[in-house]
Structure formats: C-alpha cells, structure tokens
Design a protein around this ligand. Structure first.
Ligand code: SAH
Length: 268
C-alpha cells in the first residue's frame, strides 16, 4: 500500500492515548486520522470487531494487544482495559485504543476517556463511522430520506426484555421515530419486535438485518417486523448485526449496490 502523506495530520506524542474508531469493517472506511494513528502507534489495544486488514497497517515493531472475548474466556472488564491504557501511557508509549465503529457510540469510549482524564493522561478522540450509519449505507438503506423520515433513533437492544423495567421507553420510540436502528439486538429480536408491535408499530412494517456490514461477509435480509426472529433463524444469520425498522428499508431494493455475495436476499 502506498504511503499516505497528508500535511497537517497530528504527530502522536509519547505518553498519549488516542482513542480511535476503526469503522464497521471495510478498511476503506478508516479516517485519515485513524490511519495516521495506526502508522505511529507503539501499541494498539483493540477489540473483537477490528479486522486483521486494519491491524496490518501498524508499524512492524508495534505491539498488538487484544482486549475482546477469546475462545469462551471472558473479555477484559472495563477496569482492566482502562488500567492497561494508563499503564502503557505511563511507560511513555504511544497508545492507540482501537474500537469498532465509533468509540463514542455504544463503545464505552466515554468511560475510557474519563478514566484517562482522572489520571491526567492526555488523549485524542478519533471518531469512526458507526455501524448503524456506514453499515446501512452498504446495505443501500439511507438512515434518513426526505420523503420518509425526519428522525432516526439509534438504540441498543442487548438488554431488551432482560430487565424488570425496560431501560428504554419502547412506546415513546415506537411513536416518535419512524426509523429505528438497533445495535446488539440479534439475540433479542423476538422481544424487541413484540415490544414495538405492542407499542403500535405494524407487524408488516419493513425490517432489515444487516450482518458483517461493509465486509466481504456482509448479508442483508429484508422482511417484516413481526417475523424478525424467524428471519434470523431461517437465514442462519450471525452477529454482528444491525437491525433497521422503517420505510427506508424498502429503498434497499433500488439502492443496493454492494454485492459481496450476490446482493440482498428478500424474505417473505
Ligand atoms: N462502536 C460501535 C458499536 C459497538 S457495539 C459502532 O459505532 O459501530 C457492537 C455492535 O455494533 C454489534 O453488536 C452490532 O450491532 C454492531 N456492529 C458493529 N460492527 C458491525 C458490522 N460490521 N455489521 C453489523 N453490525 C455491526
């Protein structure tokens, strides 16, 4: 890969932590700031959703530290990760904390930044393209469309139906948001579609499941809200996935452009 030289990109000073988003998967969706960080980092602490293609951009002597889940062993807890970043920065290293998507969108980047601030460790935040935006784009689904919606809501589904009191006001979301984009929802699909239908959304409203978005393994399955869980099972879909509910999903037929495996699969 030819070297990218862009004037004005910052120098990574020793003892700093740069908290960067790697985007949803396709290395082409890295920002120039993220590439600039990869080229200079002494150590990269990365999560499960960061691909090898992206990690291969580091300098040869850089150390790579994996902080995600591995082979059934629990992932590091948040404290372990923050402690590690503080320790490495204290050793005078250029520490790149690399996360999937955007660090400040369902990425706990805020907590890590707070931990750094508490120890007076200087940091920079490098936003990334979040899966709920970039992943939709690669599925041919605009997050907003002038004819369809003037609002979009991004939510996490991972605790849906697991708490005595829902952490989200699903009724309010169902009423106020014509388009709902849900992260971490794969195992909660049945509960989420029930909650939304009870709150007044039509069971035959369009829903898309986009898995491994922006990568060669991307799959897009379009169906109905009322059949969300069946769709995932029938098509053998696996996380990571983004769920989109709303009329914008209907545009994917026309706008689908990225075809790693032959394009969108339509369900009944
Ligand atoms: N900070 C990340 C989100 C981390 S939470 C971001 O801004 O994108 C992890 C969730 O992100 C996954 O459970 C899934 O819902 C979503 N996700 C991340 N990468 C994805 C991808 N390539 N395709 C589909 N969903 C993805």
């Amino acid at each position: 890969m030819p070297e990218i030289q862009i004037d004005g990109l910052p120098v990574f000073a020793p003892g700093w932590v740069w908290l960067a988003g790697a985007g949803p998967g396709d290395p082409g969706l890295l920002t120039l700031h993220a590439v600039n960080a990869l080229k200079q980092a002494d150590v990269v602490v990365y999560d499960a959703l960061v691909s090898e293609d992206i990690l291969s951009l580091v300098k040869p002597e850089a150390e790579l530290i994996y902080a995600g889940k591995r082979g059934g062993k629990p992932s590091w807890n948040q404290q372990d990760i923050s402690d590690k970043l503080i320790e490495l920065a204290g050793q005078g290293k250029r520490v790149l904390r690399l996360k999937g998507g955007d660090p400040f969108v369902f990425g706990r980047g805020g907590e890590e930044a707070e931990a750094l601030v508490a120890k007076d460790i200087p940091f920079r935040l490098i936003p990334g393209i979040s899966a709920g935006i970039g992943g939709l784009g690669y599925a041919g689904i605009p997050a907003t469309h002038r004819e369809v919606n003037h609002a979009v809501t991004f939510v996490t589904g991972h605790l849906a139906g697991k708490q005595q009191a829902e952490l989200l006001d699903w009724d309010a979301i169902a009423k106020a948001s014509p388009v709902i984009v849900i992260y971490m929802a794969m195992s909660r699909l049945a509960v989420i579609s029930d909650l939304l239908i009870k709150a007044g959304r039509a069971a035959d409203e369009a829903l898309a499941i986009v898995t491994h978005a922006t990568t060669p393994k991307q799959r897009v399955v379009v169906g109905k809200l009322g059949k969300a869980a069946d769709l995932a099972t029938q098509h053998g879909l696996e996380p990571p996935s983004i769920i989109v509910i709303g009329k914008v999903v209907e545009l994917s037929d026309t706008l689908s452009w990225f075809a790693p495996q032959g394009g969108a699969e339509d369900a009944d």
